[in-house]
Design a protein around this ligand. Structure first.
Ligand code: K7E
Ligand code: CUA
Length: 651
């Protein structure tokens, strides 16, 4: 709950016209008949669960939970030897984070269905999820950062994913062992620009910009005419280091920082970047070896915003801005001050003119401050209380969430007049219109992601369900049609017409012939057990409905056993699972053609059953075996059999 503490004096109130009844045709609008597909995929952040989940809309059906910065015992993610490296950081194994913002990749400003990115707010990282497999494919850590919140927003051709640090901290290459009270002098804010390879999606920290020590909260790229610029909301421009709820709310205005990233590219070419020694992790999952690799990188290029005067500009923005959203045309930049009673809308054209004419109001920590009126298009007056986030419908309307007054307010971008408002239940954070932060929205639905559900669902003890609410926005009036609970705490979400994902060349199986895993057994004839000192490698196969081998003897106390299980199936949706008694390392869930490894250290002498955990055929319950564990001094020879026969000719 990002704001409740901050807004403790502005507690959410129940909307006045709160009704619980939905009108008669609502159920029909959200109804997707059994056997029918949904129209949209909805990728929803899991907040403190560290996951992302995929829902179908309009039904609200949960389709899949994707582990990102989290371990997932259901899928073995972070438990199998192959996936553990994905969660490595410069701090070691960090199998948790706080994921706030999914961002779908774009081409020409339109969602292209290739990848979805997610941010780790705690130990700063950005993940790329491959939408052909619905799996996390890459994670990159961010140096010089603390609290990667204004992330991972992208440019219109996915040239860059950006990541602005929420907490300013002393840079990694200077001694951070300084008094906290020296904030103003020693703390800096870094913005990371992560490049994304057009074909492979591979990420790299292309450069960083060192900025004044403020809190960067959210961001959005320019598009169309403003392509080449990025906009970041900043709070705590007071540069407070304690009791921020009071001390960072002193000023009437904070800033939206406009960053000219095309200019940054020129400066890099001209050699203005400084190479700085840092340490950050880069982890990649390889679909051919079915394994992740982890490396530590040691350098980043940093541009200094104070020195390079035409890189960054501050635009004053009322009262602790949170959301910073750019309309589909790229002309209007909407700032949402959490404590403001209006919504300022800035004009990109006016901003450019103000910069050209140096229409400035002095500097903030070395950065030129554009005059508020010079960049302002206009203000939406009295829209509600506690504006947070805005999405667009591409028909000239904007939709802003109001945390404190628990409502969604629709307003016209041209005349800045409120045209409709609906209550949310309750305390809405982000909103989502499919494609609503791209050049091409699909304005049929709007989803509100709520922080509080109070009386909406059956109670579940001290913690109540988090929830999304679906509104039909195809007409003039917004209409609530469905509530559905979500996994973890939802912050941002994005949605896209289902066909864009369904037809992206989704992976159905991995071809067994192309399996390059070093411990793969590509047929039962290749299954075997090999001892190397106290390490025992089991090259195991799984096929309906047995493992090969299914009886293993000669394991001794003190051994580390590695079950490398290859699923020999070549049909869609026939995974096998693998679990063994006493294993404290979750299970494996192995996709067709894939090899996955479970490390098991027996803790006692005895008999250990193992079995398939995924109901794979009528004889699934027969898919089992035994491992015999003997004392460390035992002379029981290593043997492995299937059907009573050695699975390998004995040499
Ligand atoms: Cu408003 Cu972290 Cu985007 Cu939550 S954030 S709501
Ligand atoms: Cu294989 Cu159940």
């Amino acid at each position: 709950m990002a704001f409740i503490a901050f807004l403790s004096t502005f507690v959410a109130c129940k909307p006045k016209n709160a009704g619980t009844a939905v009108s008669g045709d609502a159920a029909g609008k959200a109804y997707v008949a059994p056997g029918k597909y949904d129209e949209f995929y909805n990728f929803v952040s899991g907040g403190f669960s560290g996951q992302m989940s995929a829902y179908g809309l309009p039904s609200g059906r949960l389709l899949r939970v994707i582990p990102v910065f989290s371990v997932d015992p259901e899928k073995g993610w972070g438990y199998s030897e192959e996936t553990k490296p994905m969660l490595m950081t410069s701090h070691g194994f960090v199998p948790w984070d706080d994921l706030h913002h999914p961002e779908l990749s774009q081409t020409n400003g339109e969602i292209d269905g290739r990848w979805v990115f997610g941010n780790a707010n705690n130990t700063p990282r950005v993940a790329r999820i491959d939408l052909k497999t619905f799996r996390t494919a890459e994670i990159i850590e961010l140096p010089n950062s603390g609290g990667n919140h204004s992330s991972p927003f992208i440019t219109e051709n996915t040239e860059y994913v950006v990541a602005g640090t929420r907490f300013s901290v002393p840079a990694d290459n200077v001694n951070g062992d300084v008094p906290i009270s020296s904030y103003k002098e020693n703390f800096k804010g870094h913005l990371s620009f992560i490049s994304v390879d057009k074909t492979s999606g591979a990420m790299d920290v292309a450069f960083q910009i060192q900025c004044p020590g403020v809190n960067f909260d959210l961001s959005h790229a320019g598009k169309g005419k403003s392509h080449g610029w990025f906009f970041f909301s900043c709070y705590n421009t007071e540069q407070a280091n304690t009791l921020l709820e009071v001390n960072a709310s002193q000023k009437d205005k904070d800033f939206i920082m406009a960053v000219n990233w095309k200019k940054a590219e020129e400066y890099l070419k001209a050699g203005k970047g400084k190479k700085v020694a840092v340490k950050y992790a880069h982890n990649v999952y390889n679909e051919e070896t079915h394994s992740a690799s982890h490396e530590i990188r040691n350098q980043v290029t940093v541009l200094d915003a104070k020195e390079l005067k035409d890189l960054c500009y501050m635009i004053p923005c009322p009262k602790s801005p949170h959301g910073c959203d750019v309309d589909p045309s790229g002309e209007y930049i909407v700032g949402s001050g959490k404590l403001a009673a209006l919504i300022p809308v800035f004009s990109f054209d006016k901003l450019q003119k103000a910069i050209a004419e140096k229409n400035f109001d002095g500097e903030y920590d070395g950065i030129s401050v554009v005059k508020y009126e010079a960049a302002l298009y206009g203000e939406v007056k009295k829209p509600g209380l506690g504006p947070l986030h805005t999405e667009f419908d591409g028909k000239g309307n904007a939709y802003t969430s109001f945390f404190v007054s628990s409502e969604v307010v629709k307003w016209n971008i041209k005349d800045l007049k409120v045209v409709d408002r609906v209550p949310t239940y309750y305390s809405v954070g982000h909103l989502c219109v499919p494609g609503g932060d791209s050049k091409k929205p699909y304005p049929k639905y709007l989803i509100a992601y709520n922080k509080i559900t109070k009386d909406r669902y059956l109670p579940t003890g001290p913690e109540l369900s988090q929830s999304a609410q679906l509104y039909d926005i195809s007409g003039d009036k917004m209409q609530l049609i469905l509530d559905f609970p979500t996994i973890g705490e939802p912050h941002y979400a994005q949605a896209v017409p289902a066909d864009i994902i369904r037809n992206n060349g989704q992976v159905k199986i991995f071809k067994i012939d192309e399996n390059k895993h070093p411990y793969a057994a590509k047929g039962e004839g290749e299954s075997k057990v090999v001892r190397q000192g106290n390490k025992v490698h089991v090259y195991m196969t799984a096929v309906r409905s047995h493992f090969s081998p299914d009886n293993i003897e000669g394991i001794r106390m003190g051994d580390e056993v590695y079950f490398h299980v290859t699923n020999l199936e070549q049909d869609w949706d026939v995974p096998h699972g693998f679990g063994i008694k006493g294993a404290n390392n979750a299970e494996l869930l192995i996709m067709p053609g894939e090899t996955t490894t479970l490390k098991w250290t027996p803790d006692r002498v005895g008999m250990f059953p193992m079995y398939c955990t995924d109901f794979c055929s009528a004889l699934h319950q027969e898919m089992q075996g035994y491992v015999r564990v003997s004392p460390s001094s035992s002379k029981v020879p290593l043997s492995f059999t299937l059907g009573g026969n050695s699975t390998q000719p004995v040499k």
